[in-house]
Design a protein around this ligand. Structure first.
Ligand SMILES: [Zn+2]
Length: 355
């Protein structure tokens, strides 16, 4: 219902010319929209996790809108620098892609080339040198693929009772139990891959085919080096895609990630993105001391000169966003509406507290 009201409101605003006025106005000129994407589906990953994967045709539609409506797509570093100097071109946008899965190399990069758009990949690196999928993701994906069946109990994969896989909640429980079992057994990455292969056998999933297609694998060192040489910028996203609250472990994540990227790209990355949008204030001085210049969140908004550089807002584009919602964010209308909704929510909350 709320979505329908929102949709009607956006349609009305667009018809009244508000989209165009905000897009070409002085306020939007001083804002930088940083778009956040994750993966593009090689097979059907967009149906498994619509929030993380888009159909290739959807990404093309987004790029087409950027081109047709004359948006300026800037490299991240140039965008941030021009934001600071108050020298942004009109309708400025930055494209960022989190994680650096193989589909970026196979599907997104050719599309970027076709449109002539620059992009930044926030690359996590632990799995790069391994031709195997990210363990927790591939388990979840395979359970979803067999969602009409029951996973029989099997001690060897940490499943103690038969698990029907139809409901999303029970698939999440099964994934959690398998991952917890691997952690408890302190399995190496290679042993986790064998465990995933055993899960595939029990589910009747063709695991060698998933490996061949490189579904849910990261880009290889050669692929990263090739794209870096072709102008894609690779920045920090932690080595193991996690945010330890222990300072020494946190630093290890950044330094391992930085070393891996620098070796492949011959360029020292200094921009960071919080994995899963997970941040706390405590990280800010740690990042600054490590020489990190900017850090992106998944908090929706447009970046302005007043934004904290280590807490940059981004708009996460997902399968669930309609073309109209996406356009509202490009113009700036979406951000203004979100800020207004946030202000009303905060005011109501403080009134609730007082009453
Ligand atoms: Zn990530």
């Amino acid at each position: 219902m709320q979505k329908r009201i929102r949709d009607t409101l956006l349609r009305t605003l667009k018809a009244a010319g508000v989209f165009d006025r905000v897009r070409d106005g002085r306020w939007r000129r001083r804002q930088l929209l940083i778009l956040c994407y994750h993966g593009v589906a090689i097979e059907d990953e967009n149906l498994w996790t619509p929030a993380l994967f888009l159909a290739p045709s959807r990404l093309r539609d987004r790029f087409e809108m950027l081109k047709q409506k004359d948006y300026h797509v800037l490299p991240l570093i140039e965008g941030l620098e021009r934001l600071r100097r108050n020298d942004l071109p009109p309708r400025s946008v930055v494209l960022t892609f989190d994680d650096g899965t193989y589909d970026f190399y196979k599907l997104t990069y050719p599309l970027l080339r076709e449109y002539g758009f620059p992009a930044t990949v926030y690359q996590t690196t632990h799995y790069c040198s391994r031709r195997m999928p990210v363990f927790n993701l591939i388990c979840s994906y395979m359970l979803w693929k067999r969602r009409e069946t029951v996973l029989p109990a099997a001690r060897s994969i940490g499943i103690m009772r038969d698990m029907p896989l139809e409901a999303r909640g029970s698939r999440e429980t099964a994934t959690h139990q398998i991952v917890a079992f691997a952690d408890q057994e302190q399995l190496s990455t290679e042993q986790k891959n064998e465990l995933a292969a055993e899960l595939a056998r029990r589910l009747g999933v063709d695991y060698p085919d998933l490996l061949r297609q490189r579904i849910l694998q990261l880009m290889s060192p050669q692929e990263i080096a090739e794209l870096a040489a072709a102008g894609i910028s690779f920045e920090l996203h932690t080595h193991r895609h996690r945010m330890p609250r222990d300072r020494a472990l946190f630093e290890r994540e950044i330094l391992d990630n930085r070393d891996a990227i620098e070796t492949l790209t011959k360029r020292r990355p200094a921009h960071f993105c919080y994995p899963g949008g997970d941040y706390e204030r405590l990280f800010l001085p740690w990042l600054a001391e490590l020489g990190v210049v900017s850090a992106s969140t998944c908090d929706p908004g447009l970046a302005s000169v007043r934004s904290q550089m280590l807490l940059l807002p981004r708009f996460v584009d997902t399968t669930g966003q309609t073309a109209l919602e996406f356009e509202s964010w490009l113009t700036g209308v979406g951000a203004l509406m979100a800020a207004r909704a946030q202000a009303v929510w905060s005011r109501n909350r403080s009134l609730d507290r007082r009453s």
